[in-house]
Ligand binder design. Structure first.
Ligand SMILES: Nc1ncnc2c1ncn2[C@@H]1O[C@H](COP(=O)(O)OP(=O)(O)O)[C@@H](O)[C@H]1O
Ligand SMILES: [Mg+2]
Length: 294
């Protein structure tokens, strides 16, 4: 995207449970709250964990009812990602006849908006085989959103991607500015990073590969600093990024910023907000991301 459009960032990792959903949501929350930017978050995972977590708001139950009512109407009016993709891939309608407004986008707060996932996406993935037919879907959808007179001009769009390489993630990756890869301090961190860096290039070519930023989530800490073990895995992943940058000629960087492991982060999505002690780490991560892919 860019060229005066919003900054687009896709969070991916083939491994589940590393914090893709949590990190995407926390970044959206922190950036919209503290920078005044208008942020739009997409749940592209047919497993719907973000959508379900938002519907599961335990803080007051108020958001729960509000979101659920809105979501039921969106489905009844055929205003979901499934319907958008269905419309886009219809051979009879190459013009992509899908109007976007607040019946498609849910307003969580004034500056943080959300496009939920829907179960049908899962089946859609199995039915639509034409990779190149789907490639421009997200780019065109963002264009519609950006040109809509009913919607704000978003500054930032974040995509929570599934833990597999789906048609939708392919469509996102071929038009986003930055791919954000969270890793955890474990044996899989460097192996998984290597796998993603190699396969990203293979999958996306001949289109330009976006910049790739890797950082550690769930960092174990002692007295506020990463433990020796977490530091070891950080060095390993940084080394893999450096190697890939040289041998694959992709722009891959391991960020200095890291997010600590804190159980309280669970409540961030279900209505509790980002825990106070994690606000600064997410702000730091964000400024490093913006310095890298301005
Ligand atoms: N920084 C963190 N500290 C503690 N727990 C975390 C952190 N980030 C994520 N988690 C937890 O890890 C689990 C998996 O996170 P999730 O965001 O769903 O991962 P993914 O989307 O990659 O599958 C969730 O229970 C979440 O609350
Ligand atoms: Mg997830």
């Amino acid at each position: 995207m860019s060229e005066r459009g919003p900054k687009t960032i896709a969070t991916i990792n083939f491994k589940g449970g590393v914090g893709k959903t949590t990190v995407t949501w926390c970044l959206g929350d922190v950036v919209s709250s503290f920078s005044g930017a208008k942020v739009l978050v997409f749940d592209l995972d047919a497993q719907m964990s973000l959508t379900q977590a938002i519907a599961l708001n335990e803080a007051t139950g108020a958001l729960h009812d509000k979101f659920q009512k809105w979501y039921d109407i969106a489905i009844a009016r055929q205003k979901t990602m499934f319907h958008a993709l269905d419309e886009f891939t219809k051979p009879a309608a190459p013009h992509f006849d899908f109007a976007v407004g607040f019946d498609f986008i849910y307003q969580v707060t004034e500056d943080l908006h959300f496009v939920p996932s829907v179960e049908d996406l899962y089946w859609m993935e199995l039915e639509v085989f034409d990779r190149d037919g789907v490639k421009d879907f997200i780019r065109r959808l963002l264009g519609k959103i950006q040109n809509s007179v009913k919607l704000p001009k978003y500054d930032v769009v974040l995509f929570d991607c599934p833990p597999s390489f789906t048609l939708l993630s392919y469509s996102v990756l071929s038009c986003c500015d930055l791919v954000l890869i969270p890793v955890n301090p474990d044996f899989f961190a460097s192996k998984g990073t290597n796998l993603i860096l190699n396969s990203l290039k293979m999958r996306i070519e001949p289109f330009p590969v976006p910049k790739i930023g890797v950082f550690m989530n769930k960092t174990k800490t002692y007295a506020g600093a990463p433990t020796k073990e977490s530091e070891f895995y950080m060095r390993e992943v940084a080394r893999v990024c450096g190697q890939a940058a040289q041998s694959q000629r992709v722009q891959a960087r391991f960020f200095d910023s890291w997010i600590p492991e804190r159980v309280g982060v669970k409540r961030a999505i279900t209505g509790g907000g980002v825990p106070g002690e994690l606000v600064q780490p997410f702000k730091d991560l964000w400024s490093e991301m913006m310095g890298y892919a301005p």
